[in-house]
Design a protein around this ligand. Structure first.
Ligand code: HEC
Length: 307
C-alpha cells in the first residue's frame, strides 16, 4: 500500500480521529468519580451505636458465652468454631496462634474487626453472630490463655473510637498504595481508567504534534527558541521534583523506623513522583515534535494501515 502514501504526498488530509482522545479522557474522568464513590463507601468507617446493654454484656459475657462460641461455634446460624482453625488453646492451626499473639495484644480491636469482616481463609461472622456474641468471642480471645491486651476490653465505645483514628500500622500499609481491602471492581476500574487515560493522552499528543490536518510524508523538524526554552525548563523541573521526591522518601523512611511511627506523607510522595513522570513525558513530546524528524503515515481509503 506504499504507493498510496506517495500519491497523497503534499495533499492534506482531514483527520477523523481527533475527537477520540477527548472522549477517552472524559470517560476516564467519569469512571474515576465512580471509583472514588466505590472506594469511599468501602473505607468509610461504619457508624457505631453505643448501646449500654451491649457495653454491659461485653464485660460479663466473654468467660462463658465467648468461650462457648470459640470452642463450639453456633451451629444453628452456621457460625463455625474458632477453635477449629485457631486451636482450643489458641495455639494456632489453619489460623494463626492467638495465645500471646503480639498483633492482637497490641491492638485488641483487631479481634473484633477480624470476627466481623473475616480475612483470607477466615470467614466473616457479621450477620451470623449477634452483636453481643461478637463482642463476647472477641473479648474471649484477648483475655483467654493469659492474654493481656490493650485495651483490655472491647466495647462499642472502643470500636467507635478506633474507627475514627486510623492506626499508624494501617497507614504504614496503606502508604504502600495497596489498600488492605482492595477488591476486584476497583482493580478493574483502575486498569480501565489508566488504559483510557493513556489512549487519550497519546491521542491528544498526536493531534497536537501532527495537527488537525495530516500532511503525509517525511517532516523535517526545526527547533525554535521557545521549544528549546520549554525543553530546558522541563528538564530542570524533572530534576527539581526528582530531588524533592528523593528527600521525601528519606524523610518517610526515617519516620517509619521512628518510635512512635511518624505517618508517611504519601500525598507528597505521589505528587512528586507523578510530576517527574509527567514532565519526562512532556520532554519526550517536545523532543518528538521539535527535535526529531518524523514521517506521518495515514490510513488508506480501505481503512488498512499502509505498512
Ligand atoms: C476457617 C478457619 C478460621 C476460623 C473458623 C476462624 N479463623 Fe480467625 N483466622 C483465620 C486465618 C487464616 C487468619 C489469618 C488471616 C490473615 O491475616 O490473612 C485468622 C485471623 C484471626 C485473627 C487475627 C490474628 C492476627 O494476628 O492477625 C483473629 C483475632 C482471629 N482470627 C480470631 C478468630 C475468632 C475469634 C474466630 C471465631 C469467631 C475465628 N478467628 C475463626 C482462620 C480462621
Amino acid at each position: 500500500m506504499a504507493q498510496n502514501i506517495i500519491s497523497r504526498e503534499g495533499e492534506n488530509v482531514e483527520r477523523n480521529d481527533a475527537v477520540m482522545p477527548t472522549v477517552a479522557i472524559v470517560l476516564s474522568a467519569v469512571m474515576f468519580i465512580i471509583l472514588l464513590f466505590l472506594f469511599n463507601s468501602e473505607t468509610a468507617p461504619e457508624p457505631v451505636t453505643i448501646d449500654p446493654a451491649i457495653t454491659a454484656a461485653a464485660a460479663k459475657e466473654w468467660p462463658v458465652l465467648g468461650k462457648s462460641i470459640f470452642e463450639n461455634g453456633v451451629a444453628a446460624v452456621g457460625a463455625s468454631a474458632c477453635a477449629g482453625c485457631h486451636g482450643l488453646g489458641g495455639q494456632g492451626g489453619v489460623g494463626p496462634k492467638l495465645a500471646g499473639d503480639q498483633n492482637l495484644l497490641q491492638n485488641a480491636v483487631l479481634a473484633h474487626t477480624r470476627v466481623v469482616k473475616g480475612k483470607g481463609a477466615m470467614p466473616a461472622y457479621e450477620g451470623k453472630l449477634k452483636d453481643n456474641e461478637i463482642y463476647a468471642v472477641s473479648n474471649y480471645v484477648i483475655n483467654a490463655w493469659g492474654n493481656k491486651a490493650t485495651p483490655p476490653l472491647i466495647t462499642p465505645a472502643v470500636i467507635a473510637a478506633a474507627a475514627s483514628t486510623i492506626s499508624p500500622e494501617v497507614l504504614k500499609n496503606r502508604s504502600r498504595l495497596v489498600p488492605e481491602e482492595i477488591k476486584l471492581p476497583e482493580i478493574t476500574l483502575v486498569t480501565f481508567i489508566l488504559l483510557c487515560l493513556t489512549y487519550g493522552l497519546i491521542g491528544l499528543y498526536s493531534v497536537w504534534a501532527e495537527g488537525e490536518q495530516l500532511h503525509p510524508g517525511i517532516h523535517k523538524t526545526r527547533s525554535t527558541p521557545v521549544a528549546m526554552l520549554a525543553m530546558v525548563s522541563t528538564l530542570i523541573g524533572v530534576m527539581f521534583f526528582g530531588v524533592l521526591f528523593a528527600r521525601q522518601i528519606l524523610v518517610d523512611l526515617a519516620g517509619w523506623s521512628a518510635d512512635p511511627i511518624v505517618k508517611p506523607d504519601v500525598t507528597a510522595e505521589g505528587f512528586y513522583a507523578a510530576m517527574v513522570v509527567i514532565l519526562l513525558g512532556v520532554a519526550a513530546g517536545l523532543y518528538k515534535k521539535y527535535f526529531m524528524d518524523s514521517e506521518v503515515v495515514i490510513e488508506d481509503s480501505s481503512g488498512e494501515f499502509p505498512w
